[in-house]
Design a protein around this ligand. Structure first.
Ligand SMILES: Nc1nc2c(c(=O)[nH]1)N[C@H]1C(S)=C(S)[C@@H](COP(=O)(O)OP(=O)(O)OC[C@H]3O[C@@H](n4cnc5c(=O)[nH]c(N)nc54)[C@H](O)[C@@H]3O)O[C@H]1N2
Ligand SMILES: Nc1nc2c(c(=O)[nH]1)N[C@H]1C(S)=C(S)[C@@H](COP(=O)(O)OP(=O)(O)OC[C@H]3O[C@@H](n4cnc5c(=O)[nH]c(N)nc54)[C@H](O)[C@@H]3O)O[C@H]1N2
Ligand SMILES: [Mo]
Length: 768
């Protein structure tokens, strides 16, 4: 059924986890890292086994219930079987369904947010493709705003610091950290597993080297995290194994100590911030009678009071960099540690200095802490969306379960649209969303769920129409990122799997059924689009007097080097140097330690200045462990979970949960045992790994193992594979941002003594 792939030469390619090259030899894929990459990411090793894996989708498939009964709510989604269909018939049927909705209830009944990381090429970027299709052929779609990554900081930061990218991407760089930082205090760490992944492309993984150079120069790294592995060995870090969810209290106690000892930078606070007096009264206990001092924070954080005081004194008078990982804001009240991290860096007077200040999210993803290119890189235009309605991205199940229901977001009261059809390309909600049993109930209410996928993810298994798409190695594209200096031709290495087609080709033929082929394609073939998208970069290079090869020369080569902008500290440095002349784009033009705007919204779960709102993910008798559901080391999210590098790190086919040996002993668990993790929302199995690099009372189970219910027709079936999102809570961070809270929850753990159920997540579903 699957054509034998002809041999190919090594071709340059890129992925979110790095530039590499690949070729086919005797039907097998070989990959090798980019020779210029000092620290390649082994996630590329997932490609060889993934390319022709049985989990790939070979033909268009339609769910039997949808085929027999037509569009409509159906709780069999997820347990139904599938019927193979020809491309022309499936596109006719889907075109008819899209026409029914477009010309009936209108495009506001179509949810096309389609959140997800997709693949790295600039043209076959699935979200750009689907959005352009829905805009040109359907009149638009209800979209989603913000991300699962940083749903609360993206809303908060414009109120208190200004432009989000000025904070995350044009601020403290790895070059500055290597050269100038004297102490780096990292809340949630800067794990290399995370920083080795970029969105788009990355040709050089510099993070390990930068931390090593800083440490060798004498820079101290202090890791505040329940996991020791959140900083690499090269950082030679001291480890404070903090109670999850308590960082805001620790930061407050550090600032309290600075103030109590007169070590805070009053001149900086006066010159560059607003709201300090209001916050200081709260901090010192004048407004609520509670001084947020080290003695107060010690029992909340699990860090001794004298350690907190000593740390505050060490931060003072040094080039100090405060880092707060995205993870801290992917939890209830996630706005608070982000805001308080800024206040700590401001109280130290460090914001805007080389290698100092607030490195929010530095180390979370490889596109932070780098230089921007001086020329634009190719982008595929999405067209205009005729629908203005949106939801905060992580509120999808709420939206489907409560059409017309109201919710608060960023100072507004909004209402959820009534969605009939959900269309996904390039994302996996059964990976990214929380409380998957609730998500299943939400998807059961739709008329139609459409998914383009390269493999049988749980999302594809819940869809009514499943359209097989090519994998990046099977198509031509351009690889680039706005802050990586290498622009790459991505020449195909392998033939498309089965009947898989590019998202572009699928949408072009579907647009035809809706009378919009020309609007969608502008009459261009893929190669013509690549040439068209390359042209602005070529022109900008030529205008700078740089080598600017024409497209044919670029396409035949191994990639071209792009010039980059200076590492100048961006807007925060300019503001520090001249706060009046170069104000920040906040309401006051300054850093907002207290925000009148946010105070005016009156949200109890996000008051007008950083506030300790109490512990989160509090263990109790029913769920005595805190679960950390963080990013996986061996893959990007759920992508290529079936690849060799990902699969090879599992045990007995299951995802691995890490526990402290003393906790395990109390539970009667030994290394390699299979445990059941459960709470009121669901249950999953995982293989146990023991480590003293984790705080007691905490269990860590990374995301990304595909949801694999033992009995998919059951309402709360056991996930036998280890997807932590059957356990996490589906609530927003606060009424301000409504961000994702997937990082922390509480669970009970027990030894699993039953017969081990088989893993079926990577097998295709039953086909008629
Ligand atoms: N509990 C918990 N949950 C979390 C998180 C957490 O910390 N804890 N983290 C969250 C975060 S930060 C994020 S960003 C999300 C990530 O969530 P997602 O971005 O949804 O996860 P991916 O696995 O990257 O999904 C991408 C999907 O696109 C498919 N794909 C790849 N290339 C193509 C293509 O060319 N065309 C099409 N049609 N499909 C393609 C892949 O096969 C894959 O299924 O997860 C979030 N979920
Ligand atoms: N290999 C790999 N790398 C990735 C990704 C991937 O899927 N795989 N995903 C990428 C994406 S989309 C994103 S958004 C980033 C995510 O970047 P992050 O969200 O920062 O990454 P996580 O691994 O989820 O969390 C980082 C660490 O925070 C710690 N932590 C959790 N809760 C707390 C807490 O309350 N306090 C403290 N002090 N620490 C806490 C955990 O120990 C965890 O290991 O990663 C990116 N990098
Ligand atoms: Mo993310």
């Amino acid at each position: 059924m699957i054509p034998k792939d002809p041999d190919t030469e090594f071709q340059p390619h890129t992925s979110h986890w790095g530039v590499f090259s690949a070729r086919m030899r005797d039907g097998a894929l070989e990959v090798r890292p980019h020779p210029g990459d000092p620290d390649p990411n082994r996630i590329i090793d997932n490609f060889p086994a993934a390319l022709r894996h049985r989990a790939r989708i070979a033909r268009p498939m339609v769910r039997r219930g949808w085929l027999e009964n037509g569009p409509g709510p159906d709780s069999r989604r997820g347990s139904d079987d599938y019927v193979a269909m020809s491309w022309s018939e499936v596109l006719d049927r889907l075109g008819g369904e899209l026409r029914r909705l477009r010309d009936g209830p209108g495009p506001q009944a179509i949810f096309g947010g389609s959140y997800g990381w997709a693949s790295a090429g600039r043209f076959h970027h699935a979200q750009s493709q689907i959005h352009r299709f829905l805009n040109t052929a359907c009149g638009g779609y209800v979209k989603s705003v913000n991300s699962y990554s940083s749903g609360s900081s993206q809303v908060l930061v414009p109120h208190i610091i200004g432009d989000y990218e000025d904070l995350t991407k044009r601020n403290v760089s790895w070059e500055q950290a290597a050269q100038h930082s004297e102490i780096v205090l990292a809340f949630g760490g800067m794990a290399l597993k995370n920083s080795m992944v970029a969105g788009g492309s990355v040709s050089q993984h510099v993070e390990r080297g930068a931390m090593e150079r800083a440490a060798d120069r004498g820079c101290a790294f202090v890791l505040v995290s329940p996991l020791r592995s959140d900083l690499p060995d090269e950082a030679k870090a001291e480890w404070l194994p903090v109670t999850p969810g308590s960082d805001t209290a620790l930061m407050m106690a550090l600032v309290h100590t600075l103030v109590a000892e007169g070590r805070h930078d009053r001149a900086f606070l006066e010159r560059c911030t607003v709201g300090w007096p209001v916050f200081e009264r709260y901090l010192m206990g004048e407004t609520d009678g509670i001084a947020k001092d080290a003695a107060w924070a010690a029992p909340l954080t699990g860090v001794a009071a004298d350690e907190i005081v000593a740390l505050a004194r060490r931060l003072h008078g040094r080039r100090a960099l405060i880092v707060v990982a995205h993870a801290l804001q992917r939890a209830e009240h996630g706005e608070q540690p982000v805001w308080m991290g800024m206040v700590l860096a401001a109280a130290l007077g460090q914001i805007g200095l080389p290698g100092g200040g607030y490195g929010y999210a530095l180390g979370a993803i490889a596109y932070y802490g780098r230089r921007f290119n001086a020329v634009p890189v190719p982008t595929f235009s999405q067209g205009r969306n005729g629908v203005s309605d949106f939801i905060p991205v992580a509120r999808i199940a709420d939206m489907l379960l409560n059409p017309g229901g109201s919710y608060r977001y960023n100072g507004q009261t909004r209402s959820y649209p009534e969605i009939k059809l959900v269309y996904w390309a390039g994302g996996n909600p059964f990976h990214h969303h929380q409380d998957l049993n609730r998500l299943r109930r939400a998807f059961a209410r739709l008329d139609t769920l459409v998914v383009h996928e390269l493999a049988w993810t749980a999302t594809a298994r819940h869809a009514d129409v499943v359209l097989p798409c090519t994998m990046t190695l099977e198509r031509e594209d351009i690889g680039a990122s706005s802050n990586d200096p290498l622009l790459l031709p991505m020449r195909p290495v392998a033939a498309p799997f089965g009947e898989a087609r590019d998202d572009y080709a699928i949408f072009a033929d579907l647009a035809e059924r809706l009378g919009a082929r020309e609007a969608f394609t502008e009459g261009r073939s893929v190669r013509q689009w690549l040439e068209h998208l390359y042209e602005p970069t070529r022109q900008a290079l030529a205008a700078m007097g740089r080598p600017a090869p024409d497209f044919a020369a670029f396409w035949a080569g191994e990639g071209i080097d792009l010039p980059q902008l200076a590492d100048d500290g961006g807007r925060l440095r300019a503001f520090r140097d001249d706060p009046e002349g170069r104000p920040l784009p906040t309401p006051s033009g300054r850093l907002e330690i207290a925000s009148e705007t946010i105070a005016g919204y009156g949200e109890p779960d996000c008051p007008g200045h950083p506030t300790w709102l109490g512990p989160i993910a509090v263990p109790d008798a029913a769920a005595p462990f805190v679960l950390i559901a963080n990013q996986p080391r061996t893959r990007l999210h759920s992508q290529f979970d079936f690849g060799g590098h990902s699969d090879g790190a599992k045990r007995r086919g299951r995802e691995v949960a890490s526990l402290h040996p003393e906790d395990a002993a109390q539970l009667g668990l030994a290394e390699g045992d299979v445990a059941r993790l459960f709470n009121e929302r669901g249950a999953c199995l995982a293989a146990v790994r023991l480590t003293d690099g984790i705080r007691r009372g905490v269990v860590q189970l990374p995301t990304g193992a595909w949801y694999d219910p033992a009995d998919p027709s059951e309402e709360k079936s056991l996930c036998v594979h280890g997807n932590p999102n059957v356990l996490t809570r589906d609530i927003g961070t606060s009424a301000l941002a409504q961000g994702c809270t997937g990082q922390l929850t509480t669970v009970q753990i027990e030894r699993y003594t039953g017969n081990l159920p088989p893993i079926q997540a990577h097998d295709p579903p039953r086909a008629a």
